[in-house]
Write a protein that binds this ligand. Sequence first.
Ligand SMILES: NC(=O)c1ccc[n+]([C@@H]2O[C@H](COP(=O)([O-])OP(=O)(O)OC[C@H]3O[C@@H](n4cnc5c(N)ncnc54)[C@H](OP(=O)(O)O)[C@@H]3O)[C@@H](O)[C@H]2O)c1
Length: 262
Amino acid sequence: MDLKNSTILVTGGTSGIGLELVRQLTEIGAQVIVTGRNSTALNETKRRFPSVHTFQSDISKPDNIRQLYNDVTAMFPELNILINNAGEMRLIDMQETSMQLEDLTREIDINLSGTIRTTHQFLPHLIKKQSAAIVNVSSAIAFMAYSTAPVYSASKAGVHAFTMALRLQLKDTGVKVLELIPPGVKTNLQNNWVLQPNPGQMMDVDKLVKIAIRGIQNDNSEIKPTLVRLIKFVSRIMPGTLMNYGHREFEKFRQLTRNPES
Ligand SMILES: NC(=O)c1ccc[n+]([C@@H]2O[C@H](COP(=O)([O-])OP(=O)(O)OC[C@H]3O[C@@H](n4cnc5c(N)ncnc54)[C@H](OP(=O)(O)O)[C@@H]3O)[C@@H](O)[C@H]2O)c1
C-alpha cells in the first residue's frame, strides 16, 4: 500500500499502538483520522498532531459506528484504509461472582464485535476504491489463550478467524485484508492490572509500529514480529505448552485478587 497518499482511519488512536501509528503515519505524510471515547485524549492527540482529525466514538456501540461512517465518509470521501485497532484487555477470574453478565463480555463487544461491525459498515465505501485495505489488530494471544484474560483471549482468537474469512471473501476485490499480530507491547493497556507484566518481555511500541508500517506497505497478510512467529510455530508443534507456561500467572493473579494484602 502507498501510505503517503492514503487517508487512514485508526480506531483507538489516542494511546499506545494507535497513537504511535498516528505519529509514524503522519510523518510519512498520510492523512490520518482518529477515534476514541475520551474527549481529553482526543484533544491531546489533536494538539500533538494538528493535521489529524478526531472523532469521539465508542466502537462497542452500533449507533456510534453508523454516525462515524456518515461523518468520516462525508468529510473524507478519499478514505481508503481502515485500521481496527481499538481494544481493551482485563484480567478476569471466571469464579469471581461480583462481575455482572452485562459487563463480562466487554472485550468481545469492543475488540471483536467492534471490528466486525466497523468493517461491515465501511466495506461498501472501501470496495469502491482502486486500492484499499482493512488492517485488523489481533494479538499473539490469538494463538495461545492466556488463562488470566479468558474473554480477551476469545476476542482475539475471534479477530484472527474473522480476518482470515474476510480475506477469502474479498480476494477478488481491491481491498486487502491484513492482520497485525503484536506480542506484549508497552502501552496503557496493562495500566489497571493488579498483576503487572514483566517489562523485559514487552516490546517497545515504536519498534512494533515500524514493523506494522513496513508490513502494510508490503501488503503482508500477517504482520508479525519475530517473537510472534515463534509463538505461532511453538503453538502448532507443541499445543498447550505456551498456554500452560502463561497459566502460571493465574495463581498469582487469583491470590492478589482474593487476598489483596498478600
Ligand atoms: N499492548 C499490548 O501488549 C498488545 C498486545 C497485542 C495486541 N494489542 C492490541 O492492540 C490494540 C491497541 O492496544 P494498546 O496496547 O495500544 O492499548 P491502549 O494504549 O490502552 O490504547 C487503546 C486505545 O483504544 C481506545 N479504545 C478502547 N476502547 C474503545 C472503544 N470502546 N471505542 C473506541 N476506542 C476505544 C482507547 O481510547 P479510549 O479509552 O479513550 O476509548 C485507546 O485509544 C488493541 O486492540 C490491543 O488488544 C495490544
